[in-house]
Ligand binder design. Structure first.
Ligand SMILES: [Fe+2]
Length: 130
């Protein structure tokens, strides 16, 4: 891996998002947050949302004092819902399990921050409120 291609794989100053989901880089597999949520929910009834960082195709993100996922954030559209912080070496993987409720159909979005590789966002998940 040349220095140039390594630099292109992520930005510390801009939001990182995969450009090609069918050909994720190793960097993306380690950093992109994946949201799990039901496709349909009832208005104002709590449901579980899971946000996981790392592990796409088994490519886990490091969890050391020098390199770890500092936090994940969940948004409903543009509105912040929650932020979960991780301490290096103390958490077993990077999973945030949240109970939330919605009153209208919304796209959930997640971001994470790695101390070495910046902020990453994955695919939004549409949750239909019936
Ligand atoms: Fe990282």
């Amino acid at each position: 891996v040349s220095v140039l291609s390594a630099v292109k794989e992520f930005s510390l100053t801009e939001l990182n998002m995969p450009k090609d989901w069918k050909n994720l880089t190793g960097m993306a597999k380690k950093h992109v947050p994946i949201i799990e949520a039901p496709a349909k929910v009832k208005a104002k009834e709590p449901f579980t949302v899971k946000v996981k960082v790392g592990g796409i195709d088994g490519v886990e993100h490091p969890n050391t004092l020098g390199h770890w996922i500092n936090w994940v954030e969940l948004y409903a559209g543009e509105r912040p819902v929650s932020r979960v912080e991780f301490e290096p070496e103390m958490c077993d993987g990077y999973v945030a399990t949240l109970s939330i409720s919605l009153n209208e159909t919304t796209t959930l979005r997640a971001r994470e921050f790695c101390n070495l590789h910046g902020v990453w966002e994955g695919k939004g998940i549409k949750v239909i409120v019936e």
